[in-house]
Design a protein around this ligand. Structure first.
Ligand code: PRP
Length: 217
């Protein structure tokens, strides 16, 4: 299994609780996704490489560093979109490459519908952004795409994961570090009676992250 980091930071725990609350409205939900992503990114970028750089302060020369690697942010459409802007503020030089996948409701398999990656990779580090790691099919498929593209190091940043998703992603791609704000109990089973949630949702989770961000639920 690859490295899996589930944050125990009090700020993240507080914000994830608000995110789960079904009374949290769409605007607040988007703010929370953005804020949690910044906190996750702080941890996930701790090993970015630096090269020495000398600058002139108003008083003297100072020895410093600058980021060396080209970084790609890869939001998985659509729910991953809300995770872009916070990280982008931290790393304005990052490139953003969108991957469109949706999960087939019956089979729960990912279906690719958008990919405009150029022929050759342009980045050395990819941060895959998607709030929900449910079965893990979408995450593993995204990493497959990025590896075929030739991306260097790949890290996955999610808000909530299920054990099934963590297992699928880390077995398929043990080299990919997984950063989560919370690891939940399990996925919902096949509905038994009217009113039961659909199969394959994270429990207790937060519902549908795409619908709640975009007000489409
Ligand atoms: C959700 C989520 C992930 C995927 C997770 O997207 O944002 O991409 O499902 O499920 P998995 O781990 O079982 O593959 P969804 O298909 O609902 O599309 P959306 O983001 O467009 O709403």
């Amino acid at each position: 299994m690859g490295r899996i980091v589930v944050s125990s930071h009090p700020l993240i725990r507080h914000k994830v609780t608000l995110l789960r609350d079904h009374t949290t409205e769409s605007r607040k939900f988007r703010d929370l996704i953005r804020e949690i992503t910044i906190l996750l990114a702080y941890e996930a970028t701790a090993d970015l490489r630096l090269t020495p750089l000398t600058v002139q302060t108003p008083l003297a020369e100072a020895q410093g560093e600058e980021l060396t690697e080209r970084i790609g942010l890869v939001p998985v459409l659509r729910a991953g979109l809300g995770m872009v802007n916070g990280i982008w503020e931290l790393m304005p030089q990052a490139e953003v490459w969108h991957i469109g996948l949706y999960r087939d409701e019956k089979t729960l398999q990912p279906v690719e519908y958008y990919n405009r990656l150029p022929e050759k990779s342009t980045v050395q580090v990819c941060l895959v952004l998607d709030p929900m790691l449910a079965t893990g099919g979408s995450a593993a498929a995204t990493v497959d795409i990025l590896k075929r593209w030739g991306a260097g190091r790949i890290k996955y940043l999610g808000i909530i994961g299920a054990p099934e998703g963590v297992r699928t992603l880390s077995e398929a791609h043990p080299d990919v570090e997984i950063y989560l704000a919370a690891l939940d109990k399990r996925l919902t089973p096949e509905p038994q009676k009217p009113g039961d949630p659909p199969r394959g949702f994270i429990l207790p989770g937060l519902g549908d992250a795409g619908d709640r961000q975009f007000g489409t639920g």
